[in-house]
Write a protein that binds this ligand. Structure first.
Ligand code: GLY
Length: 320
């Protein structure tokens, strides 16, 4: 095991860790944490900035749509004190899926709602509606269809067998996807939250790891938290986020816990492992971010009270 790039902090207090795609909301989250706001609410407010940012195409409005040109959004939250969660999948027409996920945690005795049921719930709680598909996302989808479909499929679309074009589902911004945030607040509450549009051109109804608690995120104030980005199919299969927290419970350092989970992913042998990134924090404020087999630099955002504002750091790249 290599121990370079270990972030072993001397001052063990509040912490914010977000992926690079989420950077636009981190300043607000850090300010809220510094003001001793609840950690989960602090990261939700940061994610809401990312969801409403039309220049980010993998989270919230103006993201790459599914193969039918519809934006189906996923999000989740977890309070590590109570281990209550809220998760929403394939949500259409609402600006802040992460807020809907939070309200599932607080307003109903379920942990996850998807599709039309989730939309009904969002309506009933008065969530902000939005036309999330924009000219940019629809133009990108048209361009994709133009390349991906045969002339016959173009003539018949959308009455075509989507299975025949599903292998075209790729994220046009290969190094970007999803936002994940984790925090430790002034009361030592550990929280996690995610939001994503999932893969560009995905099969309708596809859920990745972001709304699957235990795969794309998990938080337990007794031990730590973990959240993953990139190909959610892999972290679903390995149960990555829950595994990392369980490895912490078993006494592994945050570095070894992440390495162990990375090995679990590599042992899957099949699937698209490259670029999967594991972000983890422990209850003492130590953290580790590892990207798998990435050809490019993977960055993330960190803030703690010794810093005036959030800073960008680079993840360790593991070749497995
Ligand atoms: N990691 C996000 C997704 O696979 O949808």
């Amino acid at each position: 095991m290599k121990y370079d790039n270990v972030h072993d902090r001397k001052t063990k207090s509040m912490l914010l860790l977000a992926n690079y795609e989420g950077r636009s909301g981190t300043e607000l989250s850090a300010q809220l944490l510094a003001k001793k706001e609840n950690g989960l609410r602090s990261i939700i407010e940061g994610i809401k900035i990312v969801e409403a940012n039309p220049d980010i195409h993998t989270v919230g409005m103006s993201s790459w749509p599914n193969i039918l040109g519809e934006l189906q959004l996923d999000a989740s939250v977890m309070d590590g004190n109570t281990r209550r969660t809220g998760s929403v999948g394939a949500l259409r027409g609402y600006l802040h899926p992460v807020e809907v996920a939070y309200r599932i945690m607080t307003d109903i005795n379920h942990e996850m709602l998807v599709g039309v049921g989730a939309e009904r719930f969002a309506h009933e709680i008065g969530a902000i509606t939005n036309k999330n598909e924009t000219e940019i996302s629809i133009n990108a989808w048209h361009k994709h269809l133009d390349n991906a479909l045969t002339s016959k499929q173009k003539e018949d679309f959308p009455n075509v067998r989507l299975l025949d074009i599903k292998s075209e589902a790729i994220d046009p911004e290969k190094m970007f996807d999803t936002t994940i945030y984790m925090s430790i607040d002034h009361e030592k509450r550990i929280s996690s939250a995610t939001s994503t549009s999932g893969w560009g051109w995905k099969y309708p109804g596809r859920l990745g790891d972001s709304p699957i608690i235990g795969a794309g995120s998990y938080a337990d104030s007794r031990y730590g938290a973990c959240a993953c980005t990139h190909t959610g199919e892999m972290s679903i299969r390995a149960g990555t986020a829950r595994s990392v927290v369980l490895y912490l419970k078993m006494g592994l350092s945050v570095v070894d816990a992440v390495y162990e989970a990375a090995q679990d992913l590599a042992d899957l042998k099949t699937g698209y492992l490259d670029e999967v990134t594991i972000h983890a924090i422990d209850k003492d404020g130590n953290y580790k971010v590892v990207g798998l087999n990435s050809s490019e630099e993977i960055r993330y955002v960190i803030w703690h009270p010794e810093l005036d504002k959030p800073i960008i750091e680079s993840a360790e790249i593991l070749r497995l």
